[in-house]
Design a protein around this ligand. Structure first.
Ligand code: AMP
Length: 191
């Protein structure tokens, strides 16, 4: 006989409120100041440490010529796939905190920057609120986001636009240079 009182369980509704199902989201990372490749790798490690979040996969790093703005160094870009229980707004706030820790300042549009983190996709959510637009509004025009996204998730749907691989194929990515081989999976302790 097993004996003892049955374990007390919280009502299902309460558990669900505390722990929503993880959502797959994609974060676009970029920067062109102060050692951008090493910085992007550190930012990936910081994404893996976000609460209620697991880094599922990261793309290779890509070097890209700067688009628009003043003359400036090439960018390094990557895309991370995460599984997160954070709500979109909370996730965005965490991304902005990581940017701030990397000394990100905002001057003119398209200015050089240490680190830019964009919430590219959050499940199949379509969000249009002050300060938060998902999918990221310029996602479908940006080879430096779509190419790394298509590398790790070719079938990822951009709501209202199509899949990542199809959208990437429409863009001119000739200026992009892949800096390392293959997508990276985090180690067993990541996230
Ligand atoms: P940026 O200068 O490109 O890094 O723009 C950052 C600002 O864009 C933030 O203050 C956000 O409020 C806003 N924003 C709106 N939608 C997004 C998104 N999907 N990802 C990141 N930032 C966003």
């Amino acid at each position: 006989m097993s004996g003892g009182a049955p374990a007390r369980r919280r009502p299902a509704s309460r558990r669900a409120r505390e722990l929503p199902e993880p959502v797959i989201a994609y974060i676009a990372l970029g920067g062109n100041l102060d050692g951008p490749a090493a910085r992007i790798r550190r930012a990936l490690a910081e994404l893996a440490r976000l609460p209620h979040t697991r880094l599922v996969r990261a793309s290779a790093l890509y070097r890209n010529p700067a688009v628009g703005g003043p003359r400036q160094p090439d960018f390094v870009n990557a895309v991370a796939k995460i599984a997160t229980r954070l709500a979109p707004r909370e996730l965005l706030e965490r991304l902005l905190e990581i940017e701030a820790r990397h000394g990100r300042t905002r001057s003119v549009p398209n200015a050089p920057r240490t680190l830019d983190l964009d919430l590219a996709l959050y499940g199949d959510a379509v969000i249009d609120e002050p300060g938060l637009t998902v999918p990221h509004p310029r996602l479908a025009e940006r080879a430096f986001v779509l190419v790394p996204l298509a590398e790790i998730a070719p079938g990822a749907r951009v709501p209202g636009r199509g899949c990542a691989a199809g959208l990437a194929a429409l863009l001119d990515a000739r200026g992009m240079e892949r800096l390392e081989d293959g997508p990276r999976r985090p180690g067993p302790n990541a996230g």
